[in-house]
Design a protein around this ligand. Sequence first.
Ligand SMILES: [Zn+2]
Length: 239
Amino acid sequence: MFIELPEILVCPHCRPRREEASLQGLVAVVEEMADRTVLRGCLGCAECDARYRIEGGCVHFGAAPGGRAQAGGSQAAAPAGGRESASARRADGKQESPAELAVRVAALLSFQESPRYVLLGRGLSEAAAHLARLAIGTEIVLLTDVIPGAMPPGPGMTRLTGVSEGCLPFRSGRIQGVALRGGRPAALAEASRVLEPGGRLAVLRPELREGEEGVRAILEGAGLRLLACDARAAVAERA
Ligand SMILES: [Zn+2]
């Protein structure tokens, strides 16, 4: 976990239950560190006493509130308030290599502006390392439930498990780019919430069966302005 990431994190258990301004955030307890990456430790919530373990540089959300540290579990329940399945989605397009996918995401998000934080939803983990190399100085935050071994990710990447795309553990307006597969309304609304004004959302292979006007209406409903839409992706900007 990037050492500065707690500045934008909030407890996924407390966030749906309290005014955001009243949340104190999460405090990191570091047990092992390399460069600016916390390899082992935990994040603690002062409000509900939840402890979220950090193992292999990966933050495991989904621990029971008030309960014990969750030791490395990769199959965490969806946080309370999240309604979406936490199961990983398969990346089904084999015609596009991970490197090509990373370049496409970077282009959709306009990476030349060197964003501080970019969030990748499930099904995009294969592109994360390539993306981190394309965007030096950007921290790629990756939602996944599949942790291959205990290997820490490369520099510029933080993995989070046990997070529902419909209930993100981030403060509002603190992320510059979000890429998601699919377009479930709860995930779009959360992406919109965590984006800073002017930040971009890329929805890859939208599972939105609507035409462009339908996609526009759905995104506008989430507080986003549609910039471009085709069969492979929709790009929107936070209003
Ligand atoms: Zn909490």
